[in-house]
Design a protein around this ligand. Structure first.
Ligand code: HEC
Ligand code: HEC
Ligand code: HEC
Ligand code: HEC
Ligand code: HEC
Length: 451
């Protein structure tokens, strides 16, 4: 009897083991093919599809940006320098797109018009990007794809040119669309959402969500255009009346000057006038003084580093410290955002570094440096080595650097540090054109401190 039971139990174990051998791989298979999305974001109805095919409006002979530029020359010249115009050719996009197997969905924002896409998507079973039913697009225009986020992506619908005015006299049909003066025009592409089993705080490129309801919107009534498309008075079309319009520049993370406008930095010492042999704590305060959303925003690779170096006369580094501001995300097996220490608008954070001043008169210096990174060094190496990134475009740059003597002269050096001044408002833009800024915000809104 006892022996029989034992044999049965033995057989039971074999069944359990066999069962596990079948179930475990099936669960994994099911998880990776049915649950976990193959791209790092979820689909939303609008950007799950291309902007439908657009015909050339009456009175025009082409949809190309260059042809719009015949009459809207200034706008065309600005757009050409913008990252929107390069959203397809952008070497960072091309490398990541290659990594993602050239999956179609990326094109819905980077080359958003059906006219610009080689395939048409007929169906997306279970919202699974990799199972989409693709057919060839007979009206695909390869040259037009190169234009990335082109004029028509925002302005052309159903044979009409949509715009911010209700009284223009144009050689093409026009229609007033109030969305041009609100953030709605940016929403579709700048609010990328999370998919199933993707636990982000906000979606991977969720600038819109990091902005909505924050200070600039609520109290200043700002839109994205206030900072990214500075106001200007000029003729809208060659020879037309002067109107209040906006420059089509969209500067952001690729422009060091724009980054500098987002941050205010102050350095101080404690004690303020340290003696030889005394420990001194240097504090660098970083403030999000000029962006209407978190800094850094958008692409989850973006981050700041705050670095301190003690160097001798020959530049040799004796001691160093690096702190990072950004998002910490596990990408496997599920996407899990564990930590986000980015700065909300008007928030600030202190970074501290302590050092003992040498006894003898020294020529050591403390170098404080803040860098902005478009990619991590690891991602950059991976993209270069595996995905053909060949661009020499900088992927990180210094936005602040200063040296302070670690001796009796420290206090004097610090006294020339400019005090922090919240430079809120429209960041001035390149080419020396400084559009009117609403000026610094005074009084009523104290700087928030987090972390
Ligand atoms: C042959 C010249 C010409 C061409 C080509 C042209 N436009 Fe225009 N467009 C005009 C003129 C003139 C106006 C009206 C200017 C005014 O009233 O101040 C205008 C007005 C506009 C407006 C403002 C509409 C509103 O009511 O708010 C937009 C937007 C616009 N054009 C976009 C485009 C785009 C995009 C293209 C290319 C697909 C294009 N235009 C091609 C001449 C042209
Ligand atoms: C059709 C989609 C689309 C719309 C609409 C759109 N964008 Fe973008 N935008 C993009 C894409 C794609 C990129 C990234 C391109 C790249 O880096 O390859 C981008 C990049 C940017 C950048 C970053 C530049 C940088 O240096 O990294 C800014 C700023 C920006 N957009 C502002 C705006 C604003 C403001 C609006 C609304 C007026 C807007 N965008 C509307 C697709 C769009
Ligand atoms: C990412 C979306 C986007 C793209 C791409 C875009 N525009 Fe605009 N455009 C806007 C917005 C937003 C405004 C409204 C600015 C304002 O409030 O005056 C505007 C305004 C205009 C106006 C009216 C004049 C003005 O300054 O307000 C013209 C003309 C125009 N755009 C032409 C173009 C042309 C030509 C291109 C391509 C070379 C282009 N746009 C690309 C978003 C876009
Ligand atoms: C008060 C000014 C202000 C407002 C309002 C604002 N931005 Fe920005 N934005 C900035 C500054 C300054 C930067 C540069 C700092 C950075 O990249 O982190 C920036 C950066 C960006 C970037 C580039 C991120 C990167 O590193 O590539 C994007 C994308 C962007 N903004 C989109 C938007 C959108 C979309 C809105 C509206 C929902 C908006 N911004 C509203 C000032 C503003
Ligand atoms: C819903 C719109 C949307 C979709 C879909 C989308 N992107 Fe983007 N992408 C953006 C926007 C907006 C930015 C700019 C954000 C920023 O600069 O912070 C961007 C920026 C990027 C950048 C950074 C470029 C640079 O110069 O630093 C890369 C790389 C990129 N996207 C790759 C992809 C790939 C690969 C896919 C498909 C798997 C994809 N994107 C799908 C909207 C989109």
């Amino acid at each position: 009897m006892a022996r029989l039971r034992r044999r049965r139990r033995g057989r039971g174990r074999v069944y359990v083991l066999l069962g596990l051998l079948v179930v475990v791989p099936s669960v994994f298979y099911y998880f990776y093919t049915e649950i976990r999305p193959t791209v790092i974001f979820g689909l939303r109805d609008d950007y799950a599809h291309a902007i439908p095919f657009q015909d050339v409006p009456a009175g025009l002979d082409s949809l190309s940006a260059e042809s719009c530029g015949q009459c809207h020359q200034a706008i065309y010249e600005e757009w050409k320098t913008s990252i929107h115009a390069h959203a397809y050719r952008d070497p960072f996009f091309q490398a990541y797109w290659k990594k993602d197997g050239y999956v179609w969905v990326c094109l819905n924002c980077h080359t958003p018009l059906e006219n610009q896409q080689p395939t048409l998507i007929k169906e997306i079973p279970n919202n699974r990007v990799e199972r989409a039913v693709e057919v060839e697009n007979p009206r695909y225009d390869m040259a037009y794809q190169e234009e990335g986020v082109t004029c028509a992506a925002c302005h052309v619908r159903d044979g009409k040119i949509l715009g911010p005015f209700d009284d223009s006299a144009a050689p093409h049909p026009t229609e007033y669309d109030p969305a041009f003066r609100t953030t709605a025009i940016c929403y579709r592409c700048h609010n990328v959402v999370s998919g199933p089993f993707q636990f982000y705080n906000v979606g991977p490129c969720g600038t819109y969500a990091e902005y909505e309801g924050e200070f600039f919107m609520k109290e200043q009534g700002f839109t994205c255009q206030h900072c990214h498309m500075p106001e200007i008075s000029r003729p809208v079309a060659e020879g037309g009346p002067i109107r209040q319009g906006r420059r089509h520049l969209w500067r952001g993370g690729h422009d060091p000057e724009m980054i500098k406008r987002a941050v205010a930095i102050q350095v101080r010492a404690d004690p303020p006038n340290p003696k030889r042999g005394e420990p001194v704590t240097m504090t660098l305060t970083l403030i999000n003084a000029g962006a209407g959303h978190k800094i850094p925003t958008g692409d989850p690779d973006r981050h700041f580093t705050v670095e301190f170096y003690v160097k001798d006369r020959t530049g040799r580094i004796l001691e160093q410290q690096t702190d990072t501001m950004g998002r910490w995300i596990f990408w496997q097996p599920v996407i899990l955002e564990v930590y986000d220490n980015r700065l909300l608008p008007l928030a600030s954070r202190d970074y501290e570094f302590s050092y003992e001043l040498p006894e003898a008169g020294s020529d050591l210096v403390l170098e404080a440096r803040v860098q902005y990174h478009i990619l991590t060094d690891g991602q950059h190496t991976m993209l270069r080595e595996t995905y053909g990134l060949r661009s020499d475009d900088p992927y990180r740059y210094t936005i602040y650097t200063r040296q302070f003597p670690l001796n009796d002269k420290l206090a004097t050096a610090l006294s020339t540090e400019r005090p922090v001044e919240a430079r809120l408002g429209c960041p001035a833009q390149e080419n020396g054109v400084h559009p009117e800024s609403p000026g610094p915000v005074r009084g009523h809104h104290d700087l928030l401190t987090i972390g």
